[in-house]
Design a protein around this ligand. Sequence first.
Ligand SMILES: [Zn+2]
Length: 337
Amino acid sequence: MEKQKVIDEKYIPDVGSQVETIDGNDCLITNDAMYTFYRRTKGEFSAFFLGLRDEKRLLGCRCTRCGIVRVPPFLTHCPDCNFVPTEPIEVEQVGIMNTTPPITYFATSLFQHMAPYGRGRVIFNGADTAMSVNLYTTTGILVPGIIKKGTQVKLVFRDKRIGEMTDVFCVPSAELTREQIKKKGLQESEIDWEAPKEPSLPVASEEDMARYRRAMDEMRGLIEDMNRNESARKAIAGWKRDILVKTRGGQCAILIDDGDINVEERELSSPDFIMVCDDITTLLDGLAYRGAITDSVINKKIWISKNMEFNTIFKLDRMARFLVRSRKTKDPSSESS
Ligand SMILES: [Zn+2]
């Protein structure tokens, strides 16, 4: 298995120096380092985290006097009962959302690989307090309305666990089979993430097809420009995705391949993900920087079949932004036009 470092390689700067002019004086700046690695104990909470990591159990603590069950077990003594000790207790892995969770689409670099994710508080059956967990959906992109206050959710364990809160997350029970809901220690790999609920499109009229044709002509031009633009190309360096785009007036394939981007009018038998966009103009406007594609996804005007592909959408927005920006710097007169 590949070993992961505490500090990602990309955050470690190269040995080197540069000159920066500060208040008219040249200053030499060199890269240096100060190490402060440390080990941290989970102390009396070790049993809770070991329960998640090794036994796929969800533990809480019960007050030996009043009987309140707290999950996670953050108190070893009950403050309501003159600090009598609590005892460990296992609770069920199904619970109810205590609040409607906010969704994070743009996370810091530490969490961006997990976005979009919901973050909300769940009261698991058998518990009296709510636990904070990350939330996902199996139906495609996570958008507001899928998980709300009162939604029943199921705890899911990551396949790779190290004894952290991120070892677990929740999905709506309604998206799982009865057996999966019942199963203790359900793992992410046991869930079908490849069967999202694709929105259906109405039958196209002549007008829809004409609109598709016009949009495709503009999109081809835009994508050619992106291909010729160095900074736009950088936004998709090292990235490879075949995207099937379905719109009311017709389909197309957007192909991203390490700096190259192309659009073709054809079907894809095994795309990396599917984008459904009733009106193709919504996508075209995003690529032309007349509104962000990410916003259209959040506002449910564009649906994508895989939650984690929000990253790809983010890259398409960056390409659009870079293209417009570099046109402005090359031709200042175009700004007024
Ligand atoms: Zn108590």
